[in-house]
Design a protein around this ligand. Structure first.
Ligand SMILES: Cc1cc2nc3c(=O)[nH]c(=O)nc-3n(C[C@H](O)[C@H](O)[C@H](O)COP(=O)(O)OP(=O)(O)OC[C@H]3O[C@@H](n4cnc5c(N)ncnc54)[C@H](O)[C@@H]3O)c2cc1C
Length: 237
């Protein structure tokens, strides 16, 4: 679908961690917004100067089958204009968005395995893609390698655990680099790639988050024998 500008209403805000929030945005009745899992929207916010708009991209965190709205998950950036603004918003507030945008989507035909690697809110497009693929009954093996600093930052953990219990082809690997009481994996995501994935044949890797992490994962994947054409990424910074 060609991108357009839409007015949405925030109808749910859930604080999911110390500096993390999940937002649900509802479209006005009758709105048609067809997007592909993995795409993003620009939020259009009133800028500091009168009449000027501030625009920031955010990956859609819900699957396209939810037609009446969509989810975003945001991390508060200290001193950041848009996220500070979002932290003042309440349920019922209106936000303009532009979209759908972007080409970070699962390439067809699907290979035997898809490996999604993210840190922090980089999980957003993968929550959309994983739900979309599972709702469509994919037989593809899906690896969801998700890194966070602290265990209380693992957004959507319960939901991914429930999905994996229902779909044996979903493998969640959560890793926490600065654990408090966490007894699971503790190494960075690139080491999880090396630990759990062997033989690059018929596997594609999708990486989302900050550039340093993406570069580290890509270097590891290339070392392991993945070709550049098997690696796709979305950089947040
Ligand atoms: C395609 C795309 C999708 C994105 N999806 C998401 C998403 O789903 N959730 C999400 O939270 N963010 C996402 N981002 C990042 C988002 O667009 C903003 O950059 C981020 O929210 C900061 O905006 P801000 O206006 O609050 O900070 P700004 O006022 O733009 O920046 C303030 C300062 O913080 C630094 N900074 C910017 N972003 C970060 C960061 N993430 N971590 C640490 N420092 C930072 C900047 O370099 C700057 O110095 C996405 C970015 C892209 C390109």
């Amino acid at each position: 679908m060609k991108a357009g500008i839409f007015t949405t209403t925030i109808d749910k805000i859930i604080a999911t961690g110390p500096e993390l929030k999940h937002f649900h945005f509802a479209f006005e009745p009758g709105t048609v917004f067809d997007f592909d899992a993995g795409q993003f929207v620009n939020v259009l916010l009133p800028g500091p100067e009168a009449g000027k708009t501030v625009k920031r991209p955010y990956s859609i965190a819900s699957a396209p089958l939810r037609k009446t709205g969509f989810d975003l998950c945001l991390k508060l950036v200290k001193g950041g204009y848009a996220t500070t603004y979002f932290w003042t918003l309440k349920e019922g507030d209106k936000v303009q968005i532009q979209g759908p945008l972007g080409r970070f989507t699962a390439r067809q035909p699907l290979p035997k395995a898809l490996i999604f690697i993210s840190t922090g809110t980089g999980i957003a497009p993968f929550r959309s893609m994983i739900n979309d693929l599972l709702e469509k009954g994919t037989s593809c093996e899906i690896w969801n390698i998700f890194g966070n600093r602290y265990e209380d930052e693992i957004i959507y953990k319960d939901e991914f655990d429930a999905l994996a219990a229902k779909h044996p082809n979903l493998h969640n690997i959560f890793t926490v680099s600065r654990p408090k009481t966490w007894t699971g994996e503790k190494e960075y995501v690139q080491f999880m790639l090396k630990k759990y994935i062997s033989n690059p044949a018929e596997k594609n890797i999708y990486i989302c988050g900050l550039t340093n992490m993406i570069n580290a994962v890509e270097a590891t994947a290339l070392e392991m024998g993945f070709a550049k054409t098997q690696i796709f990424y979305e950089k947040y910074d």
